[in-house]
Design a protein around this ligand. Structure first.
Ligand SMILES: Nc1ncnc2c1ncn2[C@@H]1O[C@H](COP(=O)(O)OP(=O)(O)OP(=O)(O)O)[C@@H](O)[C@H]1O
Ligand SMILES: Cc1ncc(CO)c(N)n1
Length: 272
């Protein structure tokens, strides 16, 4: 009999182009050696040029998927991606409480507050943003906003590293245990520095900035790689260090796809 690997649940939307969303999560989780499970929140109509539409799942169907896998298969760590609406966020918060995911329980919970695609297409309503702040952040082990999401959530426009620290403090005040302010969108910075904060200590995670436009799915890949380690029982700092290293290599392995923005690729992990 083979050993059952650790299990990670992603609560996320589908990207028909296969580069971001739950497809990026599943391929990253596979490459990281864990069993991936999905609670689908929405189906987007998407390719390398952007998102042209989406339909949401009914909130009770999202909750039912979470309960179904948690009560039978078990969840070692969970993450959120696109959540689409306030109704879905309320259902997710409630279902997570029921099965011990997040700070009301013991299962690590990574909240990636996906608000828009990299082309600027909105993936979350304005009302839902308030629900992310009020219902998900206080339950999160770790939140992983990019700089556009930081601006939407805190009003802080981060343009330098001092601003990144100020934003980390403001986000931590919203209740998560840890905050990771991603630096990918600090375009003037020759590096991509991600900043981790637990309310007292800052941990800087420096990394190169590769000269490529093909970074679709980088945030999903980072959060999924982090979850793969949290599900093994690693601490947040160790897991985030692994995730950063993993996403850097995946950006380096990214490829062109269609006429627009290609995806980062975790396939390097499976080669050789
Ligand atoms: N050009 C790049 N070269 C190397 N690392 C990058 C690059 N762009 C982003 N990263 C890294 O990828 C991760 C995701 O960062 P980013 O700030 O782009 O998040 P995101 O906007 O949520 O991602 P996406 O919306 O593309 O999925 C971070 O660890 C960031 O430092
Ligand atoms: C479904 C989905 N989730 C997340 C993102 C952001 O990467 C996207 N473009 N599409």
């Amino acid at each position: 009999m083979n050993t059952t690997p650790p299990r990670v649940l992603t609560i996320a939307g589908s990207d028909s182009g296969g580069g971001a969303g739950l497809q990026a999560d599943l391929r990253t989780l596979f490459a990281c050696g864990v069993h991936g499970m999905t609670a689908v929140t929405a189906v987007t109509v998407q390719n390398s040029l952007g998102v042209t539409g989406f339909v949401e799942m009914a909130p009770e169907v999202v909750a039912a998927q979470i309960l179904a896998v948690a009560t039978d298969i078990g969840v070692g760590a969970a993450k959120t991606g696109m959540l689409a609406s306030a109704g879905i966020i309320e259902a997710v918060a409630d279902a997570c409480d029921q099965v011990g995911i997040g700070r009301t329980g013991t299962t690590p919970f990574v909240v990636d507050p996906v608000a828009a695609s990299m082309h600027g297409d909105q993936l979350l309503t304005d009302l839902a943003l308030e629900a992310v702040r009020g219902l998900l952040f206080p339950r999160a082990t770790l939140v992983t906003p990019n700089l556009d999401e930081v601006r939407l959530l805190t009003g802080i426009d981060v343009v330098d590293r001092a601003g990144q620290r100020e934003a980390a403090r403001a986000l931590h005040d919203l209740g998560p245990e840890w905050v990771l302010v991603k630096g990918g969108h600090m375009w003037a910075d020759p590096e991509c520095l991600d900043l981790l904060f637990d309310g007292s200590e800052f941990v800087e995670l420096p990394g190169p900035r590769y000269d490529t436009k093909h970074t679709h799915g980088s945030g999903d890949t980072l959060a999924s790689a982090i979850c793969s380690r949290l599900a093994r029982g690693e601490g947040v700092v160790e897991a985030v260090r692994f995730g950063k290293e993993f996403v850097v290599r995946s950006v380096r392995a990214s490829y062109a796809l269609g006429a627009g923005v290609g995806p980062v690729s975790p396939l390097w992990r499976l080669e050789g």
